[in-house]
Write a protein that binds this ligand. Structure first.
Ligand SMILES: O=C(O)CCC(=O)C(=O)O
Ligand SMILES: [Fe+2]
Length: 411
């Protein structure tokens, strides 16, 4: 078997614990073996057959697999990921969600549909149990005893990549980190194409290894471990003509509770790196702004949150000061015009409102510039300059390039 990434034997613990920690910190991904007591190979094969049959459904039926959360449903190849098609099933361990998914795709004869439902249900539960077991081991490796991810839902993404001689070396999925805590990937047994980037920056090709599974650690693992676990950047690239099919199961963040590192992992040597956040806020930020490479975490970095807060506080103070200096304002029309401006989609409303206030203060300042004492003006000008620098820094942290509105596919 060709192993290019670390291999973890799930039956050999604590023997494999050191290896698991090293793989999680340096690679953010590893292959697991000896998990059949939870997810038998026969069930993996059955699920693969089901997935192939779903992908053969007509387009009109497939598109009934609508989003339950943003980006969770059917995806047809698009401008961003032109050689990728996918189904999604949010909350894959729940039989209600599986039933709803199957009912929408109810295009096959009754007998077959029942079998499909049963196999997806069994696979969803087994793979969820596996993610709980791996999550527990990751917690133990960090010295935590009673870790549970039970309230963290999971999601399937069924990926199909039609690789042809014409698209060799093109991206099936562009480089990204996963939105998950961890992802369990059942590879195509024949066609490779997955490439992972080690923390050191080295790019490694992952060859198929039938009967094993790949685990990728996502953005939430980086946050939850307070920076210890690496959210692996990866992509799928076309290497050889053929239909490549993979099944990814993502362990997502909790619905209600905040995502945050347990207090035991926050020390004076390693202070908290991210403010606690709702998974939903992170998910929307990632999906709507097409942030692939862990950048969706930027607004939640403690450092970013502090800068944005500083800008807001300083901006408010500055406005007060300048308006106080020039209280005989005669340019209300200008100010009203500024108030009417709409926040662009890619700028946070909070930051935009501060920018509007500062703009108003600038207008007041400019109009009265002639009338005031020069020394006072120089001081105000200096403050504006400092503030401008801060705003630029904060904008770079919370504002993101437009990606054409499509959103990322591969979670
Ligand atoms: O298909 C693969 O090998 C990887 C899939 C993936 O990265 C994803 O769905 O996020
Ligand atoms: Fe991925």
């Amino acid at each position: 078997m060709a192993y290019s990434i670390p291999v973890i034997d799930l039956q050999d613990f604590p023997g494999n614990m050191k290896k698991l920690m090293k793989a999680s910190e340096e690679w953010g991904c590893f292959r697991i073996v000896n998990f059949e007591s939870i997810l038998p190979k026969s069930l993996m094969d059955e699920m693969r057959a089901v997935v192939i049959s779903l992908l053969e459904l007509p387009y009109e039926i497939k598109q009934r697999n609508v989003d339950v959360i943003e980006g969770s449903g059917y995806r047809f190849p698009d401008r961003i990921n032109p050689i990728h098609e996918g189904f999604g099933l949010y909350d894959a361990a729940s039989s209600e969600a599986v039933n709803a998914f199957c009912a929408l795709l109810n295009a096959t004869p009754q007998q077959r549909t029942v079998t499909v439902r049963e196999i997806i249900t069994r696979y969803g539960r087994a793979v969820y149990e596996l993610s709980m077991a791996i999550g527990r081991k990751l917690g133990e490796g960090l010295g935590l005893t009673d870790v549970s991810f039970k309230k963290w839902p999971s999601q399937f993404r069924i990926n199909k990549y039609p690789f042809t001689p014409e698209n060799i070396d093109s991206d099936g999925l562009r480089p990204h980190t996963d939105n998950s805590f961890l992802t369990i990937l059942q590879e195509d047994e024949q066609f490779g194409g997955l490439e992972v980037m080690q923390r050191s920056g080295k790019l490694v090709q992952v060859e198929p290894c039938p009967g094993t599974l790949i685990i990728n650690l996502g953005d939430l693992a980086q946050v939850w471990s307070n920076g210890r676990f690496y959210n692996v950047k990866h992509r799928v690239s076309s290497k050889q003509a053929g239909i490549r099919i993979t099944i990814a199961t993502f362990l997502l963040g909790p619905r209600e509770e905040a995502v945050e590192a347990p207090s035991e992992l926050v020390t004076s040597d390693n202070p908290r790196r991210y403010v606690p956040f709702k998974f939903e806020d992170y998910w929307k930020s990632k999906f709507y702004k097409c942030l692939d490479d862990g950048e969706a975490l930027n607004p939640f970095r403690i450092e970013s949150a502090e800068i944005v807060e500083m800008v807001v506080v300083l901006g408010a103070r500055m406005v007060k000061m300048v308006v106080g200096l020039f209280d005989d304002l005669e340019q209300n029309i200008h100010l009203r015009e500024i108030s009417k401006q709409q926040s662009p989609q890619d700028v946070s409303p909070e930051l935009f409102s501060v920018l509007q206030d500062v703009k108003k203060a600038m207008v007041s300042f400019q109009i009265h510039e002639q009338r005031r004492d020069a020394a006072q003006l120089i001081e105000v000008d200096r403050i504006f300059q400092v503030f401008d620098g801060l705003v630029q820094k904060a904008s770079a942290l919370v504002k993101h390039p437009d990606c054409g509105g499509g959103g990322e596919i591969g979670i």
